[in-house]
Design a protein around this ligand. Structure first.
Ligand code: PLP
Length: 398
């Protein structure tokens, strides 16, 4: 532990049971990508040719006609939207975000306008487009989309995520069908999806992925799809894409991560994750006020998580105070707590190094025992979480 780079830097060695979070450094980068990045860093390359090679690998894995690597999936949204507006018009590309092109409206369902750390609609607006929000938070009907499409519509964006409203909206097939009849390209934000082919197979024109989520690549985004649209998005590197650029190491790192993905022992990884979940289930069994349930991923990624439901009366601590307690100390355990006001959080096994599952189990026991032994119920007002949420970042860098 002493040669842990984080300790040398004076950073706490985080154990991540929350999933793939930008705020924690995304994912564990696979060795193949690390080796690729080291190999290319000292060399000069013709970067557009390197991106041609990336295009071929992306095409092979996604079934797309073409693809390229950018800074993030969020960047991919802006670039794909910009490309849908400008095509290969280099002057229009330079002029963005001032929009002269005739088409500058981008349709998105209101129930899809979520925050992945920044708002979905901002990534659209960043390109100079106008985000046209259709329907309401929990309902979109066909007429909403059909009536919103007009001669100014450049594209329609569909977001796949556990964050989005998962009922009452247009499903992907309907969304694609309505757009296709009217010649509107569909851009899918599939940042955190395992299946690299399904959205293009089902009619998306562009599918966007994060390189640093399930793929275990460097921080990056992948733009894949129809060749003309991908080219138009790629050309934005001479415009708004400049500030979203990736270096040779990220392009080559993503290529290596994609190739490693093809060979990855997916079943073996699931087995390992299942063994972590089993250990935690045993740890939490018969603890007063604690219910542990294994649940599938809401967007059908091949990943199970553990929902830990806390009854504060019996456990003597609220779910959010337990999450906060685990996150304190020399070795913080960061749980998946974005629904914690419902008295539960999740343990996500997908970003653990072997052995860390035991630390998680031990810390859960420690904090639950401590709470049970306390005479009072540990219950800070939930409202404090939102009240103080940004205090730390607003003080940055102190
Ligand atoms: C993570 C995520 C993003 C952002 O991806 P980055 O590559 O980190 O920019 C966008 N959309 C969804 C649905 C996400 O889960």
């Amino acid at each position: 532990m002493s040669d842990d780079i984080r300790t040398k830097l004076g950073l706490r060695p985080v154990i991540n049971v929350s999933g793939t979070m930008t705020s924690l450094g995304a994912s564990i980068v696979v060795p193949e990508a690390i080796a690729a990045m080291s190999a290319i860093l000292p060399q000069f390359v013709e970067i557009n040719h390197l991106q041609r090679k990336a295009s071929a690998v992306i095409a092979r894995l996604t079934g797309a006609e073409a693809g390229f690597v950018t800074a993030s999936c969020s960047a991919g949204i802006s670039l794909a939207v910009a490309g849908a507006m400008t095509g290969d018009n280099l002057l229009a590309i330079e002029q963005l975000p001032d929009v002269t092109p005739a088409k500058n409206e981008v349709i998105v369902q209101m129930g899809h306008v979520v925050s992945y750390g920044a708002p979905v609609d901002q990534a659209i607006r960043l390109a100079g487009a106008k985000a046209v929000l259709i329907g309401q938070a929990t309902s979109t009907h066909r007429f909403h989309m059909e009536k919103a499409i007009n001669e100014k519509t450049a594209a329609a964006v569909y977001v796949v995520s556990h964050h989005v409203v998962d009922y009452g909206l247009l499903n992907f097939k309907e969304f694609v069908e309505i757009a296709a009849v009217r010649g509107v390209p569909v851009i899918v934000d599939a940042a955190s999806e395992y299946d690299l082919r399904i959205f293009l197979e089902q009619g998306a024109d562009i599918a966007l992925y994060s390189g640093h989520k399930f793929l275990g690549g460097p921080t990056s985004g992948i733009v894949a799809g129809n060749k003309e649209l991908v080219r138009a998005a790629f050309l934005q590197n001479m415009g708004i894409g400049r500030g979203m650029k990736v270096g040779k190491e990220s392009v080559f790192g993503v290529m290596a991560a994609l190739e490693a993905w093809e060979k990855r022992d997916h079943a073996g990884i699931r087995e390992r994750e299942a063994s972590y979940l089993n250990l935690w289930k045993e740890t939490l069994a018969n603890r007063p006020g604690v219910t542990a349930l294994v649940e599938p991923d809401p967007t059908k990624n091949p990943l199970d998580r553990m929902r830990v439901i806390i009854s504060a009366q019996e456990a003597h601590i609220t779910a959010w105070d337990l999450a906060a307690a685990l996150a304190r100390g020399d070795q913080p355990i960061i749980v998946r707590d974005h629904e914690v006001e419902h008295n539960y959080f999740y343990l996500d096994p997908c970003n653990l190094h072997p052995g860390q599952e035991k630390v998680v189990a031990a810390r859960l026991m420690e904090e639950l025992d401590k709470a049970r032994a306390s005479n009072e119920i540990i219950a800070t007002p939930f409202e404090n979480r939102s009240k103080y949420r940004f205090d730390d970042v607003l003080r940055w860098p102190d």
